[in-house]
Ligand binder design. Structure first.
Ligand SMILES: [Zn+2]
Length: 197
């Protein structure tokens, strides 16, 4: 079945990566969310493109010049993936400019957004490691100590410098983690924390 998919995609793509034009290391990339291996929901992509799409390697803006063409593809799967990549690269002026020009119909846009939401959390973690006041990386479950007295708003107490907070949890904001002090879950600024070993 996958052989059929690959040959269908290869014929459509004239044996080139549908995102960057490379002609080596090609395989089918199933566009998430994946229901079934279907050529309409897949594209032909080289190993470098697939590694970045899957998050195995970070997005390298310089790799994605081909999106300038791909985003105008008549193949919806290619257009959708190009749009998602441009959105993730929208910190780059050229990507932002393309996004403003390109038009996706309602179905394609809904599809494009569905995949983007699924990809977003992992990307956030990869882009912004959470660091303590010394630059040590913090992860869920770490223990930290406070490096200054912190007034806990609304709870009417001061968390003292040197207080050990076990089992912290990361939040959407890399500048804040969640932890329990005096049995109360509070947000702590990472700038005032030191990782405990
Ligand atoms: Zn490629």
């Amino acid at each position: 079945m996958s052989d059929t998919l690959l040959s269908t995609l290869s014929a459509r793509a004239s044996g080139r990566c549908e995102l960057c034009g490379a002609d080596a290391g090609l395989a089918a990339y199933l566009v998430p969310p994946v229901a079934a291996p279907d050529a309409d929901r897949a594209l032909l992509a080289c190993a470098a493109c697939r590694a970045q799409l899957d998050g195995d390697t970070p997005l390298a803006p310089a790799h994605w010049n081909g999106l300038r063409e791909a985003v105008w593809s008549e193949v919806p799967a290619v257009q959708v993936v190009a749009w998602r990549l441009l959105t993730r690269l929208s910190g780059e002026a050229w990507a932002q400019e393309l996004l403003e020009q390109v038009y996706l119909d309602d179905d394609a846009l809904a599809w494009a957004r569905a995949g983007l939401d699924a990809a977003a959390p992992a990307e956030g973690e990869a882009d912004a490691p959470v660091l303590d006041s010394n630059g040590a990386v913090l992860v869920d479950g770490d223990a930290v100590t406070l490096i200054k007295d912190l007034d806990v708003k609304g709870a009417n107490f001061t968390a003292k410098r040197g207080t050990l907070v076990k089992g912290i949890r990361l939040t959407d904001d890399p500048a804040l983690v969640e932890g329990r002090v005096n049995g109360i879950a509070i947000y702590l600024k990472t700038a005032f924390l030191k990782k405990a070993i």
